[in-house]
Design a protein around this ligand. Structure first.
Ligand code: DX5
Ligand code: ZN
Length: 221
């Protein structure tokens, strides 16, 4: 089943609770929360405080995407704030295995993300440990960027590999997902679609979630 994960990065932060409720009601299974530190990526966004504030208002799975250097420092705080899943970047720490163990040790599911130019190779010795791989389809840092089609073969190769391993590890794709690009990433093997601008820059975010699901399921039911 394809899951839709609206990213709050493009939401109206003055009405964040309402916007989250809207996409939850529309059937989104996952809420994607982008955390940026101004070091790993050029932008700064939100911290555990916002996760904690939203937690009592939503039953969606909170998928926290840490775009921060040395994420080990903050994993516990995000877990305490109410994250269900934490993704860290392969490029953001020399101790990726330790970071994964830390996330799982706190009872959460763990993901690792790779930037568009990062090959799959670095995942080889950690793939067994992961609940999800997040393939970036834009350079992380900002919402509303254009999808980079060169990542499609990467999704396909990973999908084939996970199939061979009989792994239940999910493939999430993040960046530039909209009605035009969703079918291609699903065809390549993605099963969790992050969408920021396509949902929250849409005049009707609830409708946007439904349309994305239809576009994704147009390829695979
Ligand atoms: C980008 C973030 C994304 C972002 C996607 O660095 O990781 O989650 O919100 O936004 P769109 O869907 O607008 O490309
Ligand atoms: Zn993200």
């Amino acid at each position: 089943m394809i899951k839709i994960a609206p990213s709050i990065l493009s939401a109206d932060f003055a009405r964040l609770g309402d916007q989250v409720a809207l996409v939850e009601k529309a059937g989104a299974e996952v809420l994607h929360i982008d955390v940026m530190d101004g070091h790993f990526v050029p932008n700064i966004t939100i911290g555990p405080l916002v996760v904690k504030a939203l937690r009592p208002h939503s039953k969606m799975r909170f998928d926290v995407h840490l775009m921060i250097e040395n994420p080990e420092r903050y994993i516990e705080e995000f877990a305490k704030a109410g994250a269900d899943h934490i993704t860290v970047h392969l490029e953001a720490t020399p101790h990726i295995h330790r970071a994964i163990q830390q996330i799982k040790g706190l009872g959460l599911t763990a993901g690792v993300s790779i930037n568009p130019a990062t090959p799959l190779d670095g995942l080889k010795y950690i793939l067994d440990e992961l609940d999800m791989v997040l393939i970036m389809s834009v350079n992380p840092g900002f919402g509303g960027q254009k999808f980079i089609p060169a990542v499609l073969p990467k999704i396909e190769i990973l999908h084939r590999h996970l199939d061979q391993m009989q792994s239940s590890c999910a493939i999430e794709v993040d960046g530039g997902i909209n009605l035009d690009t969703a079918p291609a990433v699903v065809k390549a093997g993605a099963n969790v679609l992050v969408a920021g601008a396509a949902v929250f820059a849409h005049p009707d975010p609830a409708r946007a979630v439904q349309e994305l699901r239809e576009a994704a399921q147009g390829y695979k039911g």
